[in-house]
Design a protein around this ligand. Structure first.
Ligand SMILES: Nc1ncnc2c1ncn2[C@@H]1O[C@H](COP(=O)(O)OP(=O)(O)OP(=O)(O)O)[C@@H](O)[C@H]1O
Length: 307
């Protein structure tokens, strides 16, 4: 873990009546961008809202920039930005008025006009909030969260429902914020978004963190990868399997197209090529398929739908 976490959650428990939404969650988020992933109902929003100071833990501790989000809210609020999904906004106010109002509350805000332009809100600055499209409301919420130059920003599904252009613009803005030293806690259901933006990914299931690491670490770790090669048809798969470590699989998918599954590492690659050499096989094509974050996510959280 990188030093000086911006968010440190220890043994957090949060219940709603008899429902335990967060169940002993430990999370340390360092500077940079931390993506929080998890199936529906995993407890992400509850955990993040507790960090934002909107929910009181039943037990456990939460520190954000070293402060208690409830007891030290007055000191913390000016240092963080929160992107709300909806609400918290007077729907009769104009988009640019709202953004200027929020900017004025901060000592060193970003340039409002530049931010409006950046997020493609230029044509709707004079439109009232309630008349903005869903995607425009979403972008305005992002602008309001970041205009005060927070040290840490909480982004709750920032690109949900956005068109591809707005999605790119949002990613670019988040990347630039990171370059300026702003950290972010990002909840998302888009695995590609986490892969693109996150330095660190925490996967939550049933109210706990079940895996954490950089996207590369998570894709390299536990998940099995696949090695494919082609050669002459009807090779002796039984003999190949004997040469491989016991937990590997091997199959001829179509005549001459072979797949080896397991922990694909340089040693396994060497074993397969050496078996080919011993059997007079020239692999015409050989490739290693790395698993995506989505593969890892599904492997860790299962494929069944959550309620
Ligand atoms: N205010 C509430 N009252 C009762 N139960 C709640 C409340 N908020 C959330 N829950 C329940 O707590 C559990 C965790 O919900 P939470 O919204 O934190 O999950 P999530 O990971 O953010 O889900 P999603 O990806 O669907 O947004 C769910 O079972 C949900 O039904």
């Amino acid at each position: 873990m990188r030093s000086d976490p911006v968010v440190q959650v220890r043994a957090l428990v949060k219940r709603y009546g008899t429902k335990t939404a967060v169940n002993g969650l430990d999370l340390a988020a360092g500077p940079g961008i931390t993506a929080v992933l998890g199936p529906n109902g995993a407890g992400k929003t509850t955990a993040v809202e507790t960090c934002e100071g909107y929910r009181k833990p039943d037990s456990g501790t939460v520190r954000v920039l070293g402060l208690d989000p409830i007891r030290e809210a007055a000191a913390l609020r000016p240092r963080i930005g929160v992107m709300l999904q909806s609400g918290g906004v007077y729907s009769g106010a104009r988009a640019d008025e709202m953004l200027r109002h929020v900017a004025q509350l901060h000592a060193h805000p970003l340039d409002v006009d530049a931010l409006i332009e950046r997020l493609g809100l230029g044509s709707c600055g004079r439109t009232t909030y309630r008349r903005l499209s869903g995607g425009q409301q979403q972008r305005l919420a992002l602008a309001m969260a970041v205009v005060g130059r927070p040290e840490l920003v909480f982004l709750d599904e920032p690109t949900a429902g956005l068109d591809p252009q707005a999605r790119r613009a949002t990613w670019d803005l988040v990347r630039d914020l990171r370059t300026d030293g702003v950290s972010a806690i990002l909840t998302t259901h888009h695995m590609d978004e986490a892969e693109q933006l996150a330095d660190d990914v925490a996967i939550i299931d049933a109210g706990r963190v079940i895996a954490q690491g950089s996207p590369e670490e998570l894709c390299r770790g536990g998940a099995e990868n696949t090695l494919r090669f082609s050669g002459r048809p009807a090779l002796d798969i039984g003999s190949l399997l004997k040469a491989l470590p016991p937990d590997c699989t091997a199959a001829e998918l179509t005549p001459g197209a072979y797949r080896v599954g397991g922990k694909v590492n340089p040693q396994l690659l060497a074993t397969v090529t050496s078996w080919c050499a011993q059997h007079g096989v020239m692999p015409e094509k050989i490739s290693v398929e790395r698993h995506t974050l989505e593969d890892v996510f599904l492997e860790l959280t299962g494929k069944e739908l959550r309620s």
